[in-house]
Design a protein around this ligand. Structure first.
Ligand SMILES: *Cc1c(COP(=O)(O)O)cnc(C)c1O
Length: 361
């Protein structure tokens, strides 16, 4: 596997990857899972579809990441409320950056909570681990029980639609493959219905399979995989280009500080920059986000907001009640994603920054 994990189980998309990972943990209805609120819907929906209730954690308002403090606060809040045991945390490598993985994993190990990273933004990102500060690839199987990836067209590499879960745990990899394929198993050691499974001489019947838990059809097609494999060869080039473009933005945006600031950087992380997000003080600029986005669009520049805090979505709000998460709210209110893709030219970055500067007056 490209990121260095022992097992990579591919699947039809990143949402399926999150669902499969949640199923592989054996979550039961009512178990609880901590998910940062500042993420795409799928990070919460994956474990929720596996039966878990979601405890939304706050994030650092300047990075959008759930760090150990925010995770701790969510765990304490879960302890003081009703509900089943907290069984897992699903931190998100937002924008390709990671938080303090050592601290998060220590906290979870102390409470015997599994960690699954939503690494949809972080293919090609690296983190620094341990006292030796060893540089390791995100999703290498040594961070968390599992990491999930998406290969949707907007992500770092595309395969039409696609996803994967990486892990170093062969039992989890088995579970992942089973839930990808209807829950079917052809593992003769595990057959329960011996009378159907084996002939009178004890040889396994060649057509036979068993299902112990119903699974899904989350397989990805060969055609998508062929595209994914060819894209994977270009990963280093894509990541280098994304990093160069992000550095160029950082430099050109300096005169717009403090109205416009790049998201804060975590020194323990070498991000592949899936997104280039700025924190924009719209009020101080005497404007609002919708006007800025419309004015940029009129100049041919598409921008987006990643993401609306998930705890405020009507479904989760009505399920869990109103929740104040000021970090997520603060990040959301200031966030604007500027264009970033490997085919962008340096001159395009100039054009975006000039247009932004012009729009903000
Ligand atoms: C894209 C994305 C997903 C879902 O991936 P799909 O392949 O679109 O299903 C999940 N989490 C995050 C953070 C994402 O950006």
């Amino acid at each position: 596997m490209r990121v260095g994990a022992e097992f990579a189980v591919t699947c039809s998309n990143g949402t399926a990857a999150l669902h499969m990972a949640a199923l592989a943990l054996g979550l039961k209805a009512g178990d609880r899972v901590v998910v940062p609120s500042l993420t795409f819907l799928a990070t919460a929906n994956g474990p929720h579809h596996a039966g878990a209730e979601i405890v939304f954690a706050d994030v650092n308002p300047d990075t959008g990441l759930m760090g150990p403090d925010e995770l701790s606060e969510a765990l304490d809040r879960a302890d003081s409320g009703d509900g089943g045991p907290v069984r897992a945390a699903f931190p998100v490598h937002l924008n390709g950056q990671c938080g303090d993985l050592d601290a998060i994993e220590q906290l979870c190990a102390d409470r015997e909570i599994a960690v699954v990273y939503d690494a949809a933004h972080a293919l090609g990102s690296h983190y620094r681990a341990g006292k030796a500060n060893e540089r390791r690839a995100i999703g290498d199987g040594r961070n968390g029980a599992m990491s999930t990836f998406s290969f949707h067209p907007v992500k770092t590499i595309a395969m039409g639609e696609g996803g994967a879960v990486t892990t170093n745990d062969s039992a989890l990899a088995d579970q992942l493959r089973k839930s990808r394929n209807h829950g079917m198993s052809r593992d003769t050691d595990q057959f329960e219905n011996a009378i159907f499974a084996f002939d009178p001489n004890g040889a396994p019947n060649p057509w036979y399979y068993e299902m112990k838990e119903p699974g899904f059809n989350y397989r990805v097609s060969d055609i998508n995989c062929a595209l994914g494999l060819s894209q994977l060869k270009k990963l280093d080039r894509f990541v280098t280009r994304r990093r160069d473009l992000a550095a160029k933005y950082d430099e050109l945006l300096q005169p717009l500080a403090p109205i416009v600031l790049p998201v804060s950087r975590n020194a323990a992380c070498d991000s592949a920059w899936h997104l280039y997000v700025v924190m924009l003080d719209f009020a101080a600029a005497g404007t609002d986000r919708a006007s800025v986005m419309r004015d940029l669009k009129d100049r041919g520049i598409g921008t987006m907001v990643h993401y609306l805090p998930v705890h405020q979505q009507p479904y989760y709000r009505s399920r869990y009640g109103a929740l104040e998460l000021p970090g997520a709210q603060g990040y959301y209110q200031r966030a604007l994603s500027l264009p970033l893709y490997p085919a962008m030219k340096d001159s395009d970055v100039n054009r975006v920054v000039e247009a932004l500067s012009d729009v903000l007056g």
